[in-house]
Ligand binder design. Structure first.
Ligand SMILES: [Zn+2]
Length: 60
């Protein structure tokens, strides 16, 4: 049984479609590891288990 996730598959920004960059921060939650990565367009991507579950405009 192979349980390998394709290394070439990166979460992409839902806004501009660019692949997410290196995560800026990582948080361990009950649902798994949540990562935050900032896209080139300025949005913050919320990535859970390799999937983008949210994107913030980054205004704060
Ligand atoms: Zn983007």
């Amino acid at each position: 049984m192979t349980d390998e996730i394709s290394a070439g598959r990166r979460p992409a920004c839902p806004s501009c479609g660019r692949p997410a960059t290196v995560p800026a921060s990582t948080h361990h939650t009950s649902e798994g590891i949540v990562r935050y990565a900032r896209c080139a367009c300025g949005r913050w991507l919320v990535v859970l288990a390799g999937r983008v579950i949210g994107a913030n405009a980054g205004a704060g």
